[in-house]
Ligand binder design. Structure first.
Ligand SMILES: Nc1ncnc2c1ncn2[C@@H]1O[C@H](COP(=O)(O)OP(=O)(O)OP(=O)(O)O)[C@@H](O)[C@H]1O
Length: 314
């Protein structure tokens, strides 16, 4: 609820040259002025909503005052332990067109919302292929990828919905190889609509943009920098921001630590730890030890594209 009511409170991103051909530069600076006024109004609104929600919660706790403490804790923690599942992959087979061998065989997995899944296994076993299917870049030969909602009682509360590619952000291995713009700002806004949109839409996009930039810690650098001049860690932050601006529900990452020095690796692990609080993340990686503290579920992919749920072998 707060995310709708409160506009960004931090000073907006550094914009050294406003007279750029990128339309989002102008709109983001307009947002800077209007957001201050909006912030004041929204803060009052927020305090009101918060006080109503807290008085309701206190009332609920009072009414449960005679029930055992564990039950009351269940009430408080319900959102954290909700069995709601986001990703539900069922019996995926994949055979590239014109070939006779399945790269993936009956792959099934479920990954709960806001959890961190990791797929590990031998090179060439089909891990990247699976991520590409989840991101909608390739279609499975058979099987489906769903989002399935569950009630608190653990029963499906709606028919499964096919996962649409717009809900998935994918960061490829060595994403910096795919940068196309000559400054960070244009790189992030590259995929955003350029046609004439109304002011509200532009403001919405500017807010998304600012959130993405802030959430990966790119707000400390000049957005006029050439992406290729950034350090390894910052290039990875940029690659994540490019996806986050689309507000994905699921983020899939292929070898997020590959090719980075120890400091940049630690930075990316820290960043993923923060992102995990907001997003469901599925990673393919050989860096089991460094990512292990984040992992909620893991699977081994064996040659022949067979996936088995398994603890990390560390
Ligand atoms: N379109 C295709 N046609 C034929 N073979 C393919 C195709 N795409 C991938 N492959 C092969 O499928 C196998 C699985 O590739 P994939 O990249 O998914 O493996 P991986 O487990 O991610 O490997 P790594 O850990 O080295 O990244 C490889 O042997 C690859 O050469």
């Amino acid at each position: 609820m707060t995310s709708f009511l409160i506009p960004p409170c931090r000073p907006l991103v550094k914009l050294p040259r406003l007279a750029s051909s990128n339309p989002y530069r102008q709109i983001i600076s307009l947002t800077e002025v209007s957001s201050k006024l909006f912030q004041l109004f929204a803060s009052i609104q927020f305090i009101f909503v918060l006080s109503v929600s807290w008085s309701r919660r206190i009332e609920h706790l009072r009414s449960h005052a005679t029930t055992p403490v564990s039950k009351r804790c269940t009430f408080i923690d319900r959102t954290a332990t909700s069995p709601f599942k986001l990703l539900d992959i069922r019996d995926i087979k994949y055979r590239p067109p014109g070939t006779q061998i399945n790269l993936l065989n009956d792959v099934t997995l479920t990954l709960p919302k806001k959890s961190f899944g990791m797929i590990f296994g031998r090179s060439g076993s089909g891990k990247t292929t699976l991520l590409q299917l989840i991101a909608g870049l390739t279609k499975p030969t058979s099987g489906s990828i769903y989002i399935q909602g569950y009630s608190d009682e653990g029963t499906p509360n709606q028919p499964p919905v096919l996962l649409s590619p717009e809900r998935v952000g994918i960061v490829f291995q060595f994403p910096e190889r795919y940068f196309v713009a000559d400054n960070v700002f244009d790189e992030i806004t590259f995929g955003l609509p350029r046609q004439k949109t109304d002011l509200t839409t532009k403001q919405l996009i500017a807010t998304r943009l600012e959130r993405a930039i802030t959430s990966v810690g790119l707000n400390g650098i000049s957005l006029d920098k050439n992406p290729n001049s950034l350090s390894g860690g910052y290039k990875r932050r940029l690659a994540l921001a490019i996806q986050l601006v689309q507000i994905p529900e699921l983020l899939v990452l292929d070898e997020p630590l590959a090719g980075l020095d120890w400091k940049a690796r630690a930075d990316v692990v820290k960043l993923l730890t923060d992102l995990k609080k907001e997003l469901t993340i599925l990673v393919v990686s050989h860096d089991l030890k460094e990512l292990a503290p984040l992992v909620d579920k893991s699977w081994r992919m064996d040659v022949g594209g067979v996936l088995m749920e398994e603890r990390l072998p560390i």
